[in-house]
Ligand binder design. Sequence first.
Ligand code: MTE
Ligand code: HPA
Ligand code: MOS
Length: 783
Amino acid sequence: MNRPAELPEQVGTLVEAAEAGVVGRSLPHESAVLHVSGRAAYTDDLPELAGTLHAALGLSPLAHGVIEALDLAAVAAMPGVVDVFSARDIPGANECGPLVHDDPILAGEAGAVLRYRGQPVFVVVARSRDEARRAAAQATRVVRARPLPPLLTAEEAHAAGQYVVPPMHLARGDAAGAIAAAPHRFRTRFTVGGQEQFYLEGQISYAVPAEDHGLKLWCSTQHPSEMQHLVAHALGVAAHAVQVECRRMGGGFGGKESQSALFACVAAVAARRSGAPVKLRVDRDDDFLVTGRRHGFVYEADIGHDDEGRVLGAEITMISNAGHSADLSGPVMTRALCHFDNAYWLPNVAIHGYSAKTNTQSNTAFRGFGGPQGAIAVEILLDSVARRLGLDALAVRRANFYGLSGGGERDTTPYGQTVEDNIVAPLVAELVASSGYAARREAIAAFNATSPVLKRGLSLVPLKFGISFNVSHLNQAGALVHIYTDGSVLVNHGGTEMGQGLNTKVAQVVAHELGLPLARVRCSATDTSKVANTSATAASTGADLNGKAAQAAARTLRERLDRFKAEQPQHATLPWEALVQQAYLARVQLWSDGFYATPGLHWNRQTLQGRPFFYFAYGAAVSEVIVDTLTGEHRLLRADLLHDAGRSLNPALDIGQVEGAYIQGYGWLTMEELVWHPADGSPKAGLLMTHAPSTYKIPTANDVPPVFVTRLYDAPNPADSIHRSKAVGEPPLLLPISALLAIRDAVSAVGGHRVDPPLDAPATPEAVLKALRAVREGRSAST
Ligand code: MTE
Ligand code: HPA
Ligand code: MOS
């Protein structure tokens, strides 16, 4: 595997790097030693206070129905049970939706509608977690409900006109006219599945009552401020009565952007009612059954192109399975619409987005936030264009890149933002050379010509990903920097640490600003009582926003100390500790806040026009696979990734993000399959059958390709970002689209590359076998 050479040998000590500069170096993750030695404390590891009680959730046994009776007395009589409550016992609002108020914490009482199988209906609080779970498992007996027919698929809900937010349309030019007039035209339909975040640390909250109706909550969340507000509403108290803290998460991947809220609110209400500390740590199966995940999408496309494969007109309908409530499905769909262009100039385009309301878990943020679902559509279409013309897909992609033939008009996205920073062409050229694309393409053709059973496939896919929250006001952040009188520095910012290395990067920025070695700077837990009104750590903006805010705070301190040195020149040459000491004695304020708001953003939600993104991140990947055409199985043989992290703040962390995103997205597109029991009238209708690792397969170390070459494309961000770096968390999730298309390439080899394989994602062995049969029978995906 590709590892950065600069990674220090002694991972135990953070490298003292004042002279060499701490920004831009491959320094270890701030918690690396704690992670590998098992001493990094996650929420469940915090010492429990005496008298701590444990909560468990009683779940809906139906995908759709009306509650007729809730017989909670039977549950209350179970051993160890201290309290049982339902929706009516919530002192404040029974609501935990992030944007639209359509997300009850608990389903309700007799007469209320059950919206999905797994929806929390009641809460058990018991002396031990086991006792709470055993009592909660009575749900199938005590929740008596009249079944209603469930809608489980996006297609059915779309046909019924059921949506969680109004349909969206993004159009430019005359798509229908351009398609009709184009020399070539085809229609196609394909689907891409959802994906479970599978954070290693499941959802958890620990609520401790504080004086005068106050509450302290430790919560594994990407969004402490939103947890604070939703808990305050649920308790019927003001936000200043609730304090939320998160030192780190064992992964979030979007699954803890909004959906940590239900667990936070339940723990808080339980603690309020019992007056005791209450912990809610859900089992993995319950986590699967209660929370949503990446939206699966269905696509219907109509496209017109010329002889070189240039897209002249495209019309596409995207239908997402949003689940039972809005959650973040609106912004996810917006990002999908705004990434259908990926790296390509589409002169005439009409994109329609429908967020279908179904009786399933409410789908939510997942790394890429709709961007991957938007970009994969155009990549599949270009792949089909190339196959239909008998051209290499790379040539077709290049013919469609933004900005060819003199820029100007060819640089405007369908949503009206100009692509000013385009580096796709040189980046792809570098990857084509470094990966040996052309020679390998020939070698694969030669191999396939003599190999009847095993077929190889190759694909190169570029990416462009818009950086900023696509809701403009969220692009703000705050930080506090304290210099203590011994010269040590404590940073607190509004971002959360989920393994991505945000605290390391922010500490690097502060150390750089103050001219200190990194060891002098420490980040403390994210805490709503320190920095207020923070945005979720999401949209990959953690370091961009909080790095700038912390830089501003540190800069204020440096300027104060510089002024002090200028006024009292006898101190100008003192070492740091002595300088700080003298400044303290002279009553210089040694702590500061800092604030940052991304400049230049504007967005019209009605017209879907504006400048939603501060800049774009770019990248490209070449994936090679081998497919066994008898079993449908495949192996990933090699992946070459070239990713744009701007002037990376920390190349080791960024390479980790790129590799991790590639493998995570590879899992999404090739093996992670969600299966709900069909609406066949059986008692299992609507049950998510794949609710544990026994049935839901995520990639493991064995799935990493034997040749895995990951490099960063070193080019400073032309936008004034933190040290000219670029956000890196989500964009590389688009890189493994190349793995799916490499499988498609191998499958199409069976038909001499003349038939477009109808291959949906995930490309499981079953899906691949189906596509192989279709190719052999001449049934094309596009007509
Ligand atoms: N990396 C790790 N190790 N764990 C995570 O949960 N989440 C991803 C990405 N990388 C995640 C991760 C997602 S969905 C986002 S939006 C970003 O990290 C958030 O962090 P950042 O903004 O600091 O990059
Ligand atoms: N990403 C993540 N979360 C968000 C976004 C986004 O683009 N917009 C609103 N919430
Ligand atoms: Mo990431 S999906 O924006 O939390």
